[in-house]
Design a protein around this ligand. Structure first.
Ligand SMILES: Cc1cc2nc3c(=O)[nH]c(=O)nc-3n(C[C@H](O)[C@H](O)[C@H](O)COP(=O)(O)O)c2cc1C
Length: 363
């Protein structure tokens, strides 16, 4: 099925303007026949923040922003899907064009700016699939014109608690002016305090919904110290490292497109995001697990993320260039790496100290 999808759709999609191609891919996924996902290699199953993942490879936030195709993505072999970012009220995001490919660099720049159909529409879709199983996280963010951004996160936690497998607080998108201010000391702590409290009140019989924070790869190491300190004090369940970068590494070849404003992702993000992941891992000291995201385009890259500190990984941009068959490739390579008595969790963080000892990547 994936082979057929890639074979028929990708040549067409790569010719289309990037956002039209994305919309067409969502439409095609909606047409995917129902049925069970293929059986998984049992060695790839992992238990992280109290949830049982059939495999550690997730679809990152931003692909299925409105919760339209989580089950199709799970059937295609993802171990989990993160829908969103969802904002409380619908909003259009920035004017188009706002999504650009860097084909030579295998990168993507986006300045979508949280185009969202809003909480009500996304909740209706997720409620309609309740009981379908599979891990579907909800990534939440504030409206651009909100007068109470912390309040937006709180209301979204209340709204989605009955249907979310886990929550991600997105405070790291570079495309909503001022959003990344929430990463600063006092504001961050206030946000966490209110969200943690709300989550407790909204908890279901099944227990607390795990709460993750998604950070930018552009924070300084002293900001990272504060972050990890506050996250540990407030007992969050995990961190995603990380979002797109506003940096433009000097190695970029697609120079004209690289001048577009927005967040850069894909292969050119790999070195920076992996370094930040390792830096986070050594600071967290096992207090909670990490999700590694940024430039994973092969099984080797996924393994490197795990060895740098990720218990789970997420992919997005490389699917644009490599198609959905990449998910199977990554899983096969992870399984191969486990040929001996090693289990996946044994790999996590093995190389973190070594990665932090390397020269800082050039960005
Ligand atoms: C087009 C596009 C839209 C994105 N939208 C979101 C979003 O809404 N919320 C979010 O937390 N991250 C968003 N991201 C960031 C991804 O989830 C991921 O963190 C980042 O792209 C790094 O992974 P990658 O290199 O595999 O793409 C988006 C990325 C892209 C390319």
């Amino acid at each position: 099925m994936i082979g057929l999808f890639d074979h028929l759709a990708r040549p067409l999609l790569s010719q289309l303007e990037a956002e039209n191609a994305h919309q067409l891919a969502i439409k095609a996924l909606k047409l995917l026949p129902r049925g069970a996902a293929a059986a998984e290699d049992a060695r790839l199953s992992v238990r992280v923040f109290g949830l049982n993942f059939p495999n550690p490879v997730g679809m990152a936030a931003g692909f299925d922003k409105h919760g339209e195709v989580p089950d199709a993505l799970l059937r295609l072999g993802f171990g989990f899907v993160e829908v969103g970012t969802v904002t409380p009220q619908p909003q259009p995001g920035n004017p188009r064009p706002r999504l650009f490919r860097l084909p030579t660099d295998q990168g993507v720049i986006n300045r979508l700016g949280f185009n969202s159909e809003g909480a009500r529409a996304v909740l209706a879709r997720l409620a309609a699939r309740a009981g379908a199983g599979g891990i579907v996280g909800v990534n939440v963010g504030a409206n651009k014109d909100s007068s109470d951004r912390v309040g937006d996160y709180v209301s979204l936690i209340e709204t989605f608690a009955p249907v979310a497998s886990y929550f991600t607080l997105n405070i790291s998108s570079p495309n909503t002016p001022g959003l990344r201010d929430l990463q600063q000391g006092r504001l961050f702590d206030e946000l966490l305090a209110r969200v943690v409290d709300t989550r407790e009140r909204a908890s279901r019989q099944a227990g607390l919904v795990p709460l993750l924070i998604k950070i930018a790869p552009d924070v300084s190491l002293s900001e990272l110290d504060d972050f990890v300190g506050a996250a540990r004090r407030r007992r969050v369940d995990g961190m995603i490292v990380g979002n797109t970068t506003v940096a433009r590494p000097p190695s970029l070849q697609d120079r004209k497109i690289a001048r577009e404003a927005g967040g850069l992702s894909g292969r050119p993000l790999f070195a920076l995001s992996t370094r930040m992941l390792a830096e986070t891992y050594v600071r967290v000291e096992g207090a909670f697990p990490l999700v590694g995201t940024g430039g994973i385009d092969s099984g080797r890259a996924a393994l490197a993320k795990m060895r740098a500190g990720a218990s789970l990984v997420q992919v997005y941009s490389s699917l644009v260039f490599r198609g959905l068959s990449l998910v199977g490739e990554i899983k096969a390579e992870l399984a191969k790496a486990l040929a001996g008595p090693q289990a996946l969790p044994d790999l996590v963080g093995m190389d973190a100290a070594a990665v932090t000892a390397q020269p800082w990547p050039r960005y």
